[in-house]
Design a protein around this ligand. Sequence first.
Ligand code: SF4
Ligand code: SF4
Length: 93
Amino acid sequence: MRIEERLYTLRYKRDEQPHLMVKDQELCKRCNEEYGSPCIGVCPANVYSFVKDRLVVSYENCVECGACKIVCPFNNIIWKYPRYGLGIALRYG
Ligand code: SF4
Ligand code: SF4
């Protein structure tokens, strides 16, 4: 099963308050030049993208795997779980 098909089986309850944020956009520009923005490559849900030199974080699509926080060379991501159990819902079977 392709990753897109797997993601389609997930259910989300959106938290209006972002649980992911970038601390410093200037660091992201530097990271893009020096390291190729590893958060974009590692995220299975396409949460990160550059739009006009700004790193956009589409936190609503996050599957809460934690990979972006680990690979960020500048520890530049504020990473929390969504509040009140909101966010992703995993189904078994
Ligand atoms: S890996 Fe970190 S510093 Fe680099 S672009 Fe992503 S959030 Fe910004
Ligand atoms: S926690 Fe995982 S799914 Fe969420 S933004 Fe980071 S890499 Fe993407």
